[in-house]
Each structure stands twice: as C-alpha cells, then as structure tokens.
Design a binder for this molecule. Structure first.
Ligand code: GCW
Length: 614
C-alpha cells in the first residue's frame, strides 16, 4: 500500500539524498547514482567548505557538478541542483545564501493529536498526550523541510495546553529523540512555552522580575539544552487571547521577554515573542478602540528595550491573517528590535485547504514593502497533518514549498517558485502545466473577490472561519467590525478616524489616508464610504461590491473547468475535483449572502440585472 507520506513534491527527488552528517563521498556517489538511474549521466562532487555555512556554490567543471557549502549548505546545494536539473534550469555558477537566518515552521499541534486550525488531519508526531510517530515519517518530514530550506520546527501549539507544558520537563527525553531524527536534515526544534509555567511547578508567582522565577527558567533552560543541545529556543504567546503573560504582574512585554532571554542566552537560544496582542474582550459599542492599532501602540514604545536574543514575531497584517490586510506597521517601525514575520500556511481564513489559494503572490507584496535589514526570521503556521495528503488539498503543498523558498530568497518571483513546484510535483504536458500555473497564480484574486473584496474583513462564520456570515463577528468581543449600515460600510482609520494610518511611514500614510490614492483592494480597510461613492473606475462602491462577487464566482467556475481538463495523476485529480465542488458551493454562498446583505441595506439593484436575493 502506498504510504501516506509518499507524495508532495518530494516524489521526484532522490530518497537517499544526503542528510547532513553523511560523508561528502557517500553523498556524491548517491547523487550520481540517482541521476544514472534516470538515464542522465551527471556526476557530482560535494566539497565541504564551512566558511559558506548554510550557503552554497554550484559550478560545473569538466563535466562534473561541484557543490560547495557548510554542512547544511551542502544539503541545500544538493537540493537546489537537483531541483534545477529536474525543472530544466541552469545551475552552473549558482551561489546562494539565506536572506533570513531562521526559517521557521510553527506547528499548532496539540499533544492530544489535534491541530488548532489544522485542515490536513491529525498531528504528524503527537497523539494521546505524547510523542507518537513512525520515525520514517519524521525523516520524510525532515527531507521535506530541508528541500525547502526550512531550518526550525516549533513542535507544539502557541496555545500551550496542559500536557505540552511537560515538553520542557519530564518529556524532554522524547523531545530529544524527535530532535535527533530531524537534526540530520538541518532542522532544529523549538518549543512553545507557557509564561505561567513557574506556577504549575509550584512557585507562587510567574513575575518576570522575581529572582525565583528567573532561577526557575534558568534551570528549565539548563535541562532543556542538556537534552537538546541545538534547541532553537522558546516561542511565547503571552497576554494574548487569555494566555498568561507579564501584564498580570504589572510588567512590560520587554521585561517578560528579556527575563526568558536571559535564561536561555548562554545556550545560544532565542525567545520568539509573538506580537499578536489586542483586547479580545472589546465592547462592539466602543468605536474608539480599533484592534489593528493595538500591537503598534503596545510595542512601538518598547522599541530598543528588547534583549538581542529576543525576536518579536509579527503577523503579516495588523488583524489576523485575513484575505487582504495592509502590512503590519510594526514590521516597518521597530528599528531597534529583531523581528520575525509570521505568515499562515494553514488556510484558516483563506479556504481551509478546500478552496485553492496559492500564497506566493500575496507574500511577494509583503516582502516588497518590508525592510530587509531589520527582519531576522520568517515563520509560518504549518499546514501539515497526517491525512493522506499532508496538506489537505494536494495543491496546498505549494504554499509550504514556496514559503521555504521565499524565506531563503524573498526576491524569488511567485511565477518561478510556483512553476518549480508544479514541475517537481507533476509531469504534465506543457499546456497543462501553464494552465495550472495561471490557475494557481490567480487563485488568491478569485478567492478574494467572491469572499472579501476591497479590504472587507471578518464577514466569516464565527469559530470555524469557513463560509460567509456578515454579522457573525459584528456584535462580538473580538474587535472585528465592519460597521455596515444603511449609509455605508467600513471603518475610518485615517487621522480623522481611529488614527491607524498614522502608524505608517509617511509615504504609506499618505497613500492610505486618501480614498483617492488608497489602493482599491484596501479601500474599505482604511475608509468608511457611502454606497454611492464613486470609485476611480467610475463605478459606485455598491456596484463594485456586487461586480466583484459575481466576477469572483464566475472565475471560480472557470477554474473548475480548467481543473477538469488537466491531466493530473490520481488520486490528486479526484481529490482536487472533490474539493473544487465544495469550493464552488462556497463561492456561490459567499456571492449571494454578501450581495443580499448589502442590497437589504441600500436597496440599490445590480446595474446589470443579475440576481440578488432579497
Ligand atoms: O487567528 C487566531 C486563531 C487562533 C490562534 C490565534 C493565534 C493559535 O483563530 O486559533 O491560536 O490566532 O495566532 O494565536
């Protein structure tokens, strides 16, 4: 029987690819044998050069491929070269080194085997409150991550539920065994810890300024690094969505993070501190508090206060992985703080690995704006699980692959990385490959138009976050409002409104401040506008809302036709078709529910006479 992990883009890569630790001679011989087996007489020579670290240099000299690099550099170089050869690209003269030192996959896996916001099945390594895995599967995972150059895996959910607290106590031997399986692939593990851990260990406080608390964390770090000497660090969600944190003791986030940083510093560990902090008990009647403002207001004044081994991990947008948000102003403003960008591969708000949603074009927009010098790390919430397809939809594997590639080199074009993934994953005739490429590259636009065009957020079904429910979060306590009424929709986030635009550097501030210059795709994120507002293209706002929903749905229907015609192998073809049927149902539901929602407010019919239910 086919193993569940016998798929993804690795299926065309040699199984015996050198993990770190294999001798360069063995690795060279394995690579040569792999290509000989494919009828291509390529010869390889791996030459260790520690000075290159994770980077690598590839040359072809007298018919022989030379790969030079440090330990993981050789591994990455080998993968780069194979991928170049398999996708028909020239690799001679290629030198490569990572833009971001830490390229982290954050799993939201719970130790009972469930995965928070997981749409691909249960955890690959936890079940029943403990580590539970087939080592072969974990090695496969290691290969997968190495081939995408991802070098850190956080093993547990940032919401640390009771059994996971034991990962840094009595379960350390199990963590060590797991880490040992991934180490040969250049992947280090990280653990999410609970800020109140000292309390569960019997201390009467978790106050970061208490000497007892510091001592506790030092001892914890000491045990953890003794068990896993290359542990990457601790990931912390504090004072966020009811998780404990330093605020309970009247301490700042810098004080909380720095205490932990001090405890792990001598081991070379880092504290990744999440900046996803906002008032999650807001009163919807309160129109002065504006959730997107929250993180900047909290952290900006603390810029410069964080220790050198603290990394502040910031979600790409100021809200929470919505279909479209502007780049978080924190990423543009914390000049004296190490930052990590956090992306979400799990498609929580973007189709849940049922609807097709390829992320590279979206990330491109973020990387283009982000200042390269201040960002030290990139993290992504994993979309992996133990289902037959590890990523739910077979095409969702693209997002994991592309994340690694772009975290290594954010200048890689979305077209290029998507095309590489297709070539590695499927042997398709050229026209099919090109139509799949176009389909994927346009998939976010399509999803955006039938769900939430113009920067509208949060019209989703509460809790599950799949499907439309325009008022689902409107009278709730999460700070997630669009405030649609009979006069208009959106929130004024300009200087006259909540002042959110003022958090941006001048050029962006000015761009967003004026509805005439604000990109259409963010218009209702930044502005409150009447339904008869004239858009730059001459259409009214309400007509544009209708048009986008109709167009998005039509585009989804066209996508379904394109998909049907592709010569995909089974079972990918069947799985993609089944999900496409659900996507079409979702698209129609979004179109009709949102159009009707607005029509009921404004009473303006569609100019083109299409059906809007009343
Ligand atoms: O979007 C929210 C999710 C939560 C998640 C949280 C976070 C892990 O709905 O499930 O919790 O973000 O990022 O911490």
């Amino acid at each position: 029987m086919k193993k569940d992990y016998d798929g993804l883009w690795l299926k065309r890569l040699p199984a015996a690819l050198p993990p770190c630790g294999t001798s360069a001679e063995t690795a060279s011989a394995e690579l040569t044998a792999f290509f000989a087996g494919r009828g291509a007489g390529e010869t390889f020579l791996l030459e260790p050069d520690e000075r290159l670290g994770e980077g690598c240099r590839i040359t072809k000299e007298a018919g022989v491929w030379h790969i030079r690099g440090g330990e993981s550099g050789l591994l990455y170089g080998a993968y780069d070269l194979i991928q170049a050869l398999l996708t028909g690209r020239d690799a001679d003269g290629l030198t490569s080194s990572p833009r971001y030192a830490l390229r982290m996959l954050n799993s939201w896996d719970n130790m009972d085997g469930s995965v928070e916001r997981g749409y691909s099945g249960r955890s690959l390594w936890f079940e029943g409150g403990r580590f539970e895995y087939d080592p072969e599967r974990v090695r496969y995972l290691g290969r997968l991550l190495a081939s995408a150059h991802i070098n850190v895996l956080c093993v547990n959910n940032v919401n640390v539920h009771a059994p996971a607290q034991r990962l840094v106590t009595d379960l350390l031997p199990d963590l060590a065994a797991f880490a040992a399986l991934l180490r040969p692939f250049g992947v280090r593990v990280m653990v999410s810890v609970d800020f109140s851990l000292p309390l569960s260990a019997g201390l009467d406080t978790a106050d970061p300024l208490s000497p007892d608390v510091l001592r506790f964390w030092r001892e914890t770090a000491d045990r953890a690094w003794r068990a896993v000497p290359d542990l990457a660090g601790f990931l912390v969600k504090a004072d966020s969505e009811h998780r404990p944190g330093p605020n309970a003791y009247g301490r700042s986030h810098a004080e909380g993070a720095n205490m932990l940083a001090q405890a792990v510093a001598s081991y070379g560990g880092v504290i990744v501190w999440r900046a996803f902090v906002y008032d999650c008990l807001q009163d919807w009647r309160d129109t002065r508090t504006d959730r997107p403002c929250a993180a900047y207001e909290l952290y900006q004044p603390q810029d410069g206060d964080f220790a050198g081994n603290v990394i502040l991990q910031v979600k790409n947008g100021p809200y929470d992985f919505q279909v479209r948000e502007p780049v978080s102003p924190l990423l543009l403003s914390m000049r004296k703080t190490c930052l990590a960008l956090e992306l979400q591969l799990a498609q929580e708000y973007t189709g849940q690995q049922i609807d097709i949603y390829a992320m590279p074009p979206m990330w491109r927009e973020i990387f283009e704006i982000m200042p390269a010098d201040r960002i030290r790390a990139v993290a992504a919430v994993s979309n992996l699980g133990r289902g037959y397809f590890w990523t739910g939809h077979p095409f969702a594997a693209l997002n994991l692959y592309a994340f690694g590639r772009l975290a290594w080199d954010p200048d890689t074009a979305p077209e290029r990385v998507t095309d590489d993934w297709i070539r590695l994953s499927y042997e398709l005739p050229d026209p099919d490959r090109e139509s799949l490429l176009r389909l994927l590259l346009d998939s976010r636009n399509v999803y955006e138009r039938y769900t939430a065009p113009l920067g509208l957020c949060w019209m989703v079904t509460p809790h599950t976050h799949y499907g439309p429910n325009p008022d689902g979060y409107e009278f709730d306590l999460w700070g997630t409002y669009h405030r649609a009424d009979r006069t208009g929709v959106g929130i004024d986030r300009t200087a006259r409104g909540t002042g959110y635009t003022e958090q941006y550097p001048e050029a962006l501030r000015a761009l967003y401040e004026d509805p005439q210059t604000c990109p259409d795709r963010l218009l209702l994120f930044f502005h409150r506008l009447p339904y008869d507002y004239r858009m730059r293209d001459g259409r009214t706002l309400i007509q544009r809302i209708y048009d986008d929903h109709f167009a998005g749905c039509e585009a989804a229907e066209a996508m379904a036709e394109t998909l049907k015609a592709l010569a995909l192998p089974e079972p990918d073809r069947r799985e993609a078709a089944e999900r496409m049927a659900l996507q079409l149902k979702n698209a129609r539901e979004w179109r009709d529910v949102i159009n009707t929602f607005f029509y009921r407010f404004c009473g303006v019919p569609d100019e083109r006479g299409r059906t809007i239910y009343s």
